[in-house]
Design a protein. Structure first.
Length: 257
């Protein structure tokens, strides 16, 4: 276990996955280490708290209370809060279903599956988008997802020099879409309103402001053409159409050779 003073003096590390330390658990327990805990249980509780309360309220003390142990007990298994957040980040990537790239399934369907799953992950765990930008995200589950994405893009026939750009086009789009969607869902929950109620109230408020009248009038036409009676339906149409645009773009670039 690393003492609090040592943790404060140590420089920021690049990743918990580069520490070269074996996970500490029941087999390694001794010298006063708490029973009934392991990294898996601690990580699961971390994910649960982050989902329920968000990053702002998360702390090692709050986690310890959730586990009914002392904060120092948690430190037998992880050295820092950042280590724990990085473990939680990788754990949720383990929820993704990865397509079999050796199967005869079309790359388009596999790419759609990966994109849809990634978006759902970002919405289900809104805190993930922030952590992706703060950590290297090189845990085993995250790397498995990345490797599968790379293989699917290779299977498109895209020349090597364009493969990273194709991955960026699709998955940075999904990252942005899922992040905004997840934050909107959180905002609605905080306001105690459904997404449709929140959307209608927001549109009504904007429509009543003279400085936004012209913009709002033109936007109404786009909203009507977009289709969908609910926020969820409109969002699904937007996501599916945008994803098909990107797939069509990949097909076009591949055909150009």
């Amino acid at each position: 276990m690393v003492r609090a003073a040592d943790r404060a003096e140590r420089p920021a590390r690049t990743s918990v996955w580069l520490e070269g330390k074996a996970p500490r658990g029941a087999a390694a327990r001794g010298g006063g280490q708490p029973s009934g805990l392991d990294r898996e249980r601690i990580t699961e509780a971390t994910v649960r708290l982050l989902d329920a309360e968000g990053m702002a309220k998360f702390s090692m003390r709050r986690l310890a209370a959730e586990l009914n142990v002392t904060a120092m007990s948690v430190y037998w298994y992880v050295d820092t809060k950042d280590d724990l957040l990085e473990l939680a980040l990788d754990a949720v990537f383990g929820e993704l279903e990865l397509p079999d790239v050796e199967s005869e399934e079309d790359w388009r369907d596999q790419l759609r599956s990966l994109a849809v799953g990634y978006r759902a992950l970002l919405v289900r765990h809104p805190w993930v988008s922030t952590l992706i930008g703060n950590f290297l995200n090189i845990g085993p589950c995250s790397m498995a997802f990345s490797a599968r994405v790379q293989q699917v893009i290779r299977n498109t026939g895209m020349p090597a020099h364009g493969q990273m750009g194709a991955m960026s086009a699709v998955f940075q789009f999904v990252y942005g879409f899922g992040t905004i969607e997840g934050h909107f869902v959180q905002r609605c929950v905080s306001a105690g309103m459904s997404q449709d109620e929140y959307f209608r109230q927001a549109m009504s408020t904007i429509g009543e402001e003279p400085q936004y009248a012209a913009h709002f009038a033109s936007a109404e036409g786009l909203m009507e053409a977009r289709g969908g009676d609910t926020v969820s339906e409109m969002r699904e149409r937007d996501f599916e159409f945008a994803l098909e645009l990107l797939i069509a773009g990949i097909e076009t670039m591949v055909s150009r050779g």
